[in-house]
Every structure is written in C-alpha cells, then in structure tokens.
Write a protein that binds this ligand. Structure first.
Ligand code: HEM
Length: 497
C-alpha cells in the first residue's frame, strides 16, 4: 500500500540537499587529461553560480551530462557520481583507487588528516583495521554490543516513563542513548542521562553537527581560504571539537593510570597497549593524536547519525499512525510485552525491518556522501581523473532512484517488501555507502536502530499535538547531514508493558 497525500517530498524539494555548490561546469570533451572538467561533454557550457545540490537535479545536470560530471566547489574540482551503477563502478569495482578521503573544510583544522574517518593511505588502513577488530572484540566478547544496546534501551524506557506522557523534544534522549553505546565501547562506561559532563558533551556534538550541516558551513566549504580569517560557524565548530578532544584526553590519562595490559577493558585500553608495543617504531600510526582523533571520529560518526535517524523515524511514525499500528501488532505477535527485543527477532519481523529500511532511505541522512579522493590517476568511464581529485558519491541519487524505488518521493515501507510481505533487498539501498570506506559502524548502527526502535514501540505508543496531515517533514538543515525539524512527541505507556 502506498501512502497518500504525500506532498512532503515536494515541500522537501525546496530544501533537499541545500548543499551549496559553486557550479562551474567547464566542458571540453576533447582533452581527456584536462582533469575532471573534461568529463562535462558540452564544450560550450560555462555556468558559474552559487547553487545547491538540488540544482544538480533541477538544472538537469544528470540528464544533461550523465551520471558522472564535475562541479567546482569554489576552486576545487569535484567529480560527482550519481546513481548506484556509477557509485558501484567507482567505489567497488575500482575500490582501491577510490578509497582516499577528501576534506570537509570546516572540520579540517581539527582533524588534519588524523583519526580513522579523515586519514589516508597506510595511516587509514592501520586505524581502520584496528578499529574494526577492536570494536568486534569489545562487541562480541564478554558483553556483546547487543546486550549493551538492550541495557541502554531499558534505561531509556525508564527515563521515558518518568515523562508520564508529557510532550517532549526527543533529541536529547536519542542522543544520550546512542552516545552511551559509543561510550561503552570506547570508554568502557555509560553515563547517566542527567550527568552534567555528559550533557555538555552531547550539546557540543549536537551544536557542531547542526553547524556543519548549516548553510553558512556550505559557503565556508567554497571560500574557506578567505573566510577562515573571519569570525563564523567554523570558529565555533573548532572550539567545540577541541573541548571534546580535551575531555577525551583526560579520559585517556585516567585509562593510562589504571591500565592492566593483560586485560584491556575498552577501545582506549586496547589502543594504549598497541601504542606501547609500537613505541620504538617511529613510523607507527599508534600515537596520541590518532587516538584522540579516532575516538572523536567514532563519537562523531556514531552518535549523531543513529540518533538523527531515530528522530526522523519517530517523526514519520507520528505522520503515519497506521504504520505505527502495524509495527505494534508485529511486536505484540513476535515479542509480546514482557521480554526484551533481541536481534533474533528481526528475521521474524519483516514489516518493522522494512519500515526501518524505509526510514533510512527516505531520511537520506548523508545525501552527498562523505567526500572520497582518488589515490592515483584513475581511468573511469573513458576519462582520467587525476590523483588527489575529490569524488562525491551522491547517495541521495541512489536512495531516490525511481528505477529502484517505485515512488521515491513517498514514504512507503512496501519499497522493501515483496508481494508475500517478505523483506526485499534493494541494491540501491546504500545509506552506509559501499566499498572500502563503507561505514565502519554499519553493524552497530543496524543493531541500534532495530533494538531501540522496537524497544520503544514495545513499551509506548506515540502522540503529537499536531494532526498527522499537518506534520511537516521539511528538514531543518541539509548539508553534509540532513537534520530533521524540531518536534514534540509524547510517549504513552502501552497497556501491559
Ligand atoms: C544510521 C547510522 C549511520 C549511517 C547512516 C552512517 C553512514 C556512514 C557513511 C555514509 C559513511 C561514509 C562512507 C564513505 O566514505 O563512503 C560513514 C563512515 C563512517 N562511519 Fe558511519 N553511519 C552510521 C553509524 C555509524 C556508527 C554507529 C559508527 C560507529 C560505531 C560509525 C562509524 C563510521 C566511521 C568510523 C566511518 C569512516 C569510515 C572510513 O573512513 O573508513 N557510523 N558512515
């Protein structure tokens, strides 16, 4: 069944991907070594304007130039990949060449190429390998990530009960629980939801994510060489992230004092042990700077993303109460009111699983992907992309492709269900990207989304002061991330729970 009256995407269309680009398409189909500008085939085109990613669609650039073309971000040429085919051909079929990481100007002064998200070359390989293995150890080891998430979900349920159905902005609740999962893996502990230090950290993350996704930050992306000398959001982001780094530094010091090399308790312990092992090697990547910035990376990549997806999800549940009702039914049938939802339930709950997939597709959290960079001169679809050129896999273009999703503008869980109601895989569903840089936390994120979502809906029904048809889904910000609007929700205890 399809949802009716969904003008929300038209509304969104005015805002979708308000990522500012300076579109400067320089065409020359002749010279294949002129760089990525050569990818624009129409040689008489010369367009120079400040536009938005929406322009890529509205100006019909994809129709005109195909799935691969170049836009100029200020002076920087950026190769843009549209559609799952082009994205796969690049990120998977030429995985090594496209595995470099580009820059995001507003956070560059903090990361400077350190930490797992923004590192390149051998540094990135070492940090990625270590992070994956260590997260697995502390995940699958004594207490699994599943157990940690189940426990955190129960803490949340307790907090939500205390609200006694009063209207709430759910942002802080969702931030707290997703941040606590990362805290538990990285710091080996969770924080109480009222802990002032924790609240300060969450506030710094939330503010920074909003600023990074803001319009002014997109303008900064274009003209940072000049704008960096003036006050603006970039200074605030820098101060916020440095304050978080100072906090991480203190936690690391405490870990040093209590470290038992024979029994690492968390990510930081494991890193310190590795650091000690390699201290005689001057080329080792396991030093303090990479520790602080990898920890920051995990928080940044792992907190806002999952909590923002949940925030969008519950807004959609308010907008489409009949979908919430079907999920309640499935929960009641498969889990019932008394036991904790577990990952084993997922396979028996195709409708809920399809809704979560559709929330991620429709939510389109990272519309233009995270910038990549080619690690060598790369031949792609007949053109040569010079080493060091940045590449944006436009995830939005895959998640909204009408060839793969019948009505991409419509929120419809049927996009992921076959005629028998069985969950249907869709190759254009790539909210975590693909290839060597695929989201390192995909497994954790998928567990969190399922367990948090089902635990909340097992215990509560949700209500809004706004009638469903009047609920506005228009994002508050669209940039690197898409930020849903602020809204109020009440969590009402379900009978028997
Ligand atoms: C709904 C939740 C999430 C979404 C939609 C998401 C999406 C993404 C995307 C699109 C990328 C960029 C991939 C690329 O460069 O092509 C990424 C990278 C990354 N994500 Fe996630 N993510 C989520 C949750 C998480 C969580 C929970 C963690 C940590 C536990 C995490 C850690 C990372 C890291 C470390 C990277 C950088 C990987 C690298 O550069 O090698 N993410 N994520």
């Amino acid at each position: 069944m399809q949802e009716e009256g969904t003008s929300e995407r038209q509304e969104q269309a005015q805002h979708v991907c308000r990522t500012t680009w300076r579109l400067d398409l320089r065409g020359s189909g002749e010279d294949k070594r002129r760089g990525p500008g050569a990818m624009v085939e129409n040689s008489d085109l010369s367009l120079s304007t400040v536009g938005t990613l929406e322009d890529l669609e509205q100006l019909g650039l994809r129709e005109k130039y195909g799935d691969v073309f170049t836009v100029y971000l200020g002076p920087r040429p950026v190769v843009t990949l549209c559609g799952i085919e082009a994205i796969r051909e690049a990120l998977v079929d030429q995985a090594e060449a496209f595995s470099g990481r580009g820059k995001i100007a507003i956070v560059e002064p903090v990361f400077q190429g350190y930490g797992v998200v923004f590192a390149n070359g051998e540094r990135w390989k070492a940090l990625r390998r270590f992070s994956l293995a260590t997260m697995r150890d502390f995940g699958m080891g004594k207490r699994s990530v599943e157990e940690r998430i189940q426990e955190e979900a129960q803490c949340l349920v307790e907090e939500l009960r205390k609200t006694q159905g009063a209207l709430q902005d759910p942002t802080l609740f969702f931030h707290s629980m997703t941040a606590n999962i990362i805290c538990s893996i990285v710091f080996g502990k969770r924080f109480g939801y009222k802990d002032p230090e924790f609240l300060r950290l969450l506030d710094l993350f939330y503010q920074s994510f909003s600023l990074i996704s803001s319009f002014s930050s997109q303008v900064f992306e274009l003209f940072h060489n000049v704008l960096k000398y003036f006050p603006g959001a970039h200074r605030q982001v820098y101060d916020n992230l440095q304050e978080i780094n100072a906090f991480i530094g203190q936690v690391v010091e405490k870990h040093r004092e209590t470290l038992d090399p024979s029994s690492p308790q968390d990510f930081i312990d494991a890193y310190l042990i590795r650091m000690d092992k390699e201290k005689a090697d001057p080329s080792s990547e396991f030093h303090q700077q990479n520790l602080i910035l990898t920890t920051l990376s995990l928080f940044f990549a792992g907190t806002e993303t999952t909590s923002t997806t949940l925030r969008y999800g519950f807004l959609l549940m308010l907008k489409y109460p009949h979908i919430t009702e079907r999920i309640h039914k499935e929960i009641d049938q498969v889990i019932g009111p008394h036991r904790l939802p577990s990952l084993d339930d997922r396979a028996k709950m195709p409708y809920t699983d399809a809704v979560i997939h559709e929330i991620q597709r429709f939510g389109d959290l990272i519309p233009i992907g995270v910038p990549h960079m080619v690690t060598k001169d790369t031949c792609f679809r007949g053109y040569i992309i010079p080493k060091g050129t940045e590449v944006f896999p436009i995830l939005h273009s895959a998640l909204n492709d009408p060839r793969y999703f019948e009505k991409p503008d419509v929120f419809n869980p049927d996009h992921f269900l076959d005629a028998k109601g069985v969950l249907k895989k869709n190759e254009a569903f790539i909210p975590f990207s693909i290839g060597k840089r695929i989201c390192l936390g995909e497994g954790v994120a998928r567990m969190e989304l399922f367990l948090f979502f089902t635990t909340i809906l097992q215990n509560f029904s949700v209500a809004s002061p706004v009638a469903p048809e009047d609920i506005d889904l228009t994002p508050q910000e669209i940039g690197v991330g898409k930020v849903p609007p602020v809204y109020q929700i009440s969590f009402l205890s379900r009978e028997g729970c």
